[in-house]
Write a protein that binds this ligand. Sequence first.
Ligand SMILES: C[S@@+](CC[C@H](N)C(=O)[O-])C[C@H]1O[C@@H](n2cnc3c(N)ncnc32)[C@H](O)[C@@H]1O
Length: 277
Amino acid sequence: MEETAARAAAFPIWHFDFDLDGYRTEPSKAEWQNLRAAHFMRPLVEHYGGTLEGKRVLDLGCNAGFFSLTAIEAGCDFVLGIDGRQTHIDQANLVFEVKGVDPSRYRFECGNILDFDYRAVEPFDVVLCLGVLYHIHKPTSLLERIAEVNTDVLIIDTKLTKARGSWLELRLDNLDVLLDAVDDELVMVPTAKAVIVMAKQAGYQDAKMLAVADHEVLWKWREGIFTTFACTKQSELSANGAFRFRSLSSLYAAQGLALPKRSHGRELRERLFSRSR
Ligand SMILES: C[S@@+](CC[C@H](N)C(=O)[O-])C[C@H]1O[C@@H](n2cnc3c(N)ncnc32)[C@H](O)[C@@H]1O
């Protein structure tokens, strides 16, 4: 216990709340992370009938392994977590060691998710792309590469830029911020439509936005500053009602974007959609 506390306290900052043998890492946004898990991990597990047993999971930008641990606790066979910062990988390994997770069920690797050799690993039923799509500058390339090793569901939780249509906004991250991009400050923040178009282009047959619970802590998701997408290659997203969806028009309304007049809107939508294909 004392040794665990000393090891955990040696990290200058934790971004997720863990109980490590009684030592709480306690970051400021702990409730937020638990609600995010309820928002997309719970429906994911329900989608597979209440367990991830038999599933292999890939967690991109895994940080200290919070969502990897959620997947393990939901029974998945194996999780591979990748993060570009060694300090996060060290945290994830400490968390899994203290939680007593069988080492044959996980691996954490330090690497850039844009360069990682995904074909060197066995395929994954589930890929988690949480909080990281807007910290990279090659989103189409990332989605295409992970689609090659993802046999079924991809969950994307991302910040959005506000606009109707399929757009990617160039922004600059701060490489000194531990949650930001790792080696290239140029990043692209997508619109909702761009995420759907990129996922379909990469090979996902369906891609939909998830409805968000009416909880004040999740206001950034309700207002469309962030949005979560469920994409699938095989299983039917609406099969057992585990996922509840949000329409583009409700997102635009939440983002404060006026819908175009009907005739003009139809023309605009058709034009943007054909352009983005
Ligand atoms: C905003 S945090 C998200 C953490 C967690 N997945 C979540 O959703 O809360 C982004 C994480 O991705 C990592 N990251 C950012 N760009 C990356 C890249 N190109 N390759 C690997 N990891 C990256 C950061 O180090 C950080 O831990």
